[in-house]
Design a protein around this ligand. Structure first.
Ligand code: HEM
Length: 683
């Protein structure tokens, strides 16, 4: 298969013209927003950097629409389903909620706004009804599809380690979170605040349908086929599934316009999972001293503060005394490896803040916090774009499509205020979820001499981070991330997430693959063939045509399960395509991922390589030290006490060209370049 995203992406735009738009806030919702002055249009910073001036011709530009004029009625800045700020002031620092990153459209990328879309909604009634086959019949049962097409087979990656898998979940949680029905509420000032987990039961803990599951419009429980190999013996009828909160639920969509699912965290790659996506999330986790975030010391090591709502947040905890972490993201405790990386990012913030405090004793807590945050986000963006993403999207593909500029010196001024940084639904609900395939069911604990000293079963530790604080659990599991292979990117999924997800004390549990398929339908994602068309890829007209990109065995199952090729779900067929050489996804998902990470980069005014605005930009020497000194390996070395040695490429297994070295040999960021002797930042 040959794949050329640039040209395909261009074809895509030509095919849809400017039909994409985010529907705005309806009159009903406007009532609850305190009236404020209209958004002030600050001059948008143009290009004008010092050294490197890429032509604005990446893939995203062809996908993006020209923005609607302010006040046109469809302008997301004035009419989002979140809360557009009344006005923007020029700030050196990102806001916590992503507002005012785009000065002309201050609500772009904010929490409580709809996911972006490449292809129009596919609801049965064009508004919100559950998608159906072209014939009007129901689509195939998602649990059946999961069992037939995504069984367990333990094939592992020969190159990449589990850290590569796990870091992907960090990026995911930074960029999007589907709105749960009970997840948000309006507080007394009519501000949307995030609550804990979804509390609606459409199918109870014993797998039995709730009495109103058929009539409650927010319920779409996954039904278990009677001959289900895992669940039939237990008499399970269903798995819980609650539809994502959308613009119609919130009264933001005009009658007859499609319901647009809402995401509740900032879309930007801004470490919102560490800092929070709203002030109500951010304030309680700031220490308000020395620029630090709140931590508690146990055994001389820093951990996040305790979540006051342990029974909801850490549902598997067996006592309220067990650790349950409160961070910027409500999913932190979901699995042990995720919690580890969250803690490492938190410790990194405090480490950087401490360094800055020594260099700049005159800086206030606020300056120390914001400067440390800004540096940490830059290090993290560097790791994501230059170390992590090339593994999944392919280095050549990324360079060709202007997602990265390896070897560049100085600024890359490719910020484009017309690019909407929203997270695409096709990305969050289909393409990026494909990497659930990489998850391993058993996690290794590894000693400093890289010997396996134990193994834990994933489903024993969902929503129960206690294991990190038992003995040397934290450090051993961290080394396990770097030592253990990630699963192979293929159609085989560990049954820890397809048969035992969140099982708690039960013998069997949920199914993440079936959930992904159901979520795709919930969001009215376009069918597979339409997405291929949008990407400019050849469009199959029959099941037989699928053989060009999907194996014969899989095509047979698709043909036996779906009525027509046009009915096939994007989530399903996208995950069955053969991988593009050098990447870890097939052509359709690679097209979506490439587009997303292009937008995430050029739609972010604060992207670390952007030097157009001197008030925001790093100095050239600061930028160079971030590039030279940031790495996944360094992040682990700096924040895990007993890790003294590491392989330099910490997403890759140890091997030729990637041997373990003392941490002291790894380059690091030179923070002395932030010494502010002249007191520029003194307030
Ligand atoms: C043990 C590891 C993981 C577990 C247990 C897990 C579990 C989940 C669950 C339960 C959901 C919500 C499903 C729904 O109700 O729709 C979800 C969503 C998602 N996951 Fe994972 N996941 C894991 C790792 C990953 C990784 C490695 C990636 C990507 C590299 C990823 C990407 C996503 C994405 C993009 C979403 C949708 C986010 C949103 O917009 O709400 N996950 N995952």
């Amino acid at each position: 298969i040959s794949f050329n995203p640039s040209s395909q992406v261009t074809t895509f735009l030509n095919s849809i013209g400017s039909s994409l738009h985010i529907t705005g806030l309806g009159a009903q919702y406007a009532k609850v927003i305190p009236a404020g002055p209209p958004p002030q249009r600050l001059p948008v910073m143009g290009f004008g950097g010092q050294q490197f001036q890429p032509q604005p011709s990446g893939p995203g530009l062809s996908f993006s629409n020209p923005p609607p004029p302010i006040g046109s009625g469809t302008d997301p800045a004035t009419q989002t389903c979140g809360l557009a700020p009344p006005f923007c002031t020029a700030s050196r620092y990102r806001s916590i909620d992503g507002s005012c990153n785009n000065l002309a459209r201050p609500a772009w990328g904010m929490p409580q706004t709809p996911y972006g879309r490449l292809v129009p909604y596919n609801y049965a009634d064009g508004v919100s009804a559950w998608p159906r086959a072209r014939s009007g019949n129901p689509l195939p049962n998602p649990r059946l599809l999961s069992n037939r097409l995504f069984p367990d087979l333990n094939l592992v990656s020969p190159v990449w380690n589990l850290n590569a898998q796990q870091w992907g979940q960090i990026i995911t949680h930074d960029m999007s979170l589907t709105a749960g029905v009970a997840q948000t509420r309006l507080d007394q000032c009519h501000i949307l605040v995030e609550e804990d987990k979804d509390q609606l039961t459409c199918c109870d803990d014993n797998g039995q349908l709730a009495p109103d599951s058929a009539t409650n419009p927010t319920c779409a429980p996954i039904l278990i086929p009677p001959n289900d190999p895992t669940h039939a013996p237990y008499g399970t009828q269903c798995m819980n599934f609650v539809r994502t909160g959308n613009t119609r639920d919130r009264g933001c969509t005009p009658p007859n316009a499609p319901a647009e699912p809402i995401t509740t965290v900032t879309a930007y790659m801004d470490m919102s999972l560490t800092y929070g996506s709203s002030l109500s999330q951010a304030n309680p986790i700031r220490a308000n001293q020395g620029g630090r975030m709140v931590t508690v010391l146990r055994g001389g090591r820093e951990f996040p503060p305790q979540d006051p709502n342990i029974t909801l947040t850490c549902e598997s905890a067996q006592s309220t005394n067990e650790p349950c972490y409160l961070t910027g993201d409500i999913r932190t405790n979901q699995n042990p490896q995720l919690a580890i990386l969250q803690i490492i990012l938190l410790r990194e913030h405090n480490r950087v803040a401490d360094n800055l405090a020594v260099l700049n004793p005159h800086w206030t807590d606020e300056i120390l916090f914001q400067e440390a945050r800004r540096i940490c986000i830059a290090q993290y963006q560097y790791i994501n774009y230059y170390e992590y993403l090339p593994i999944f999207l392919g280095l050549e593909n990324m360079v060709k499509n202007k997602l990265i500029y390896p070897g560049v010196r100085g600024y890359v001024n490719d910020y484009n205020p017309n690019v909407d940084p929203s997270v695409l639904d096709e990305h969050a609900t289909a393409a990026f979820r494909h990497f659930h395939t990489l998850i391993r069911g058993f996690l290794k604990l590894v000693s400093e001499r890289r010997q396996v000293v134990g193994t834990i079963r994933l489903s024993d530790w969902f929503n129960r981070p206690l294991i990190l604080e038992v003995g040397t659990g934290f450090d051993d599991l961290t080394r396990g991330l770097t030592e253990q292979e990630e699963d192979f990117p293929d159609q085989f999924w560990t049954k820890e997430i397809t048969q035992f997800l969140f099982k708690r004390d039960k013998e069997v549990g949920g199914d993440l693959r079936a959930t992904d398929i159901q979520r795709g339908r919930d969001h009215g994602l376009p069918p597979y063939v339409e997405t291929r068309a949008a990407c400019g890829l050849p469009v199959p007209k029959s099941f037989h045509d699928l053989l060009d990109y999907i194996s014969e065995d899989n095509v047979k199952v698709l043909q036996a399960t779906y009525e027509r090729v046009e009915d096939v779900d994007l989530v399903v067929a996208g995950s069955l395509e053969r991988n593009v050489p050098g990447a870890q996804a097939g052509p359709t998902f690679l097209c979506i991922l490439t587009e997303q990470f292009y937008r995430t980069r050029v739609g972010d005014r604060y992207f670390f390589e952007n030097g157009a605005d001197p008030n925001i930009a790093f100095t050239p020497s600061q930028l160079e030290t971030i590039r030279r000194g940031s790495s996944m390996a360094r992040l682990l070395c700096d924040n895990v006490d007993s890790i003294q040695v590491m392989q330099p490429k910490a997403f890759q297994q140890v091997g030729p060209g990637n041997q373990i070295v003392p941490c002291s040999q790894l380059p690091s960021v030179d923070y002395t370049l932030w010494q502010d002797a002249r007191g520029h930042l003194k307030k």
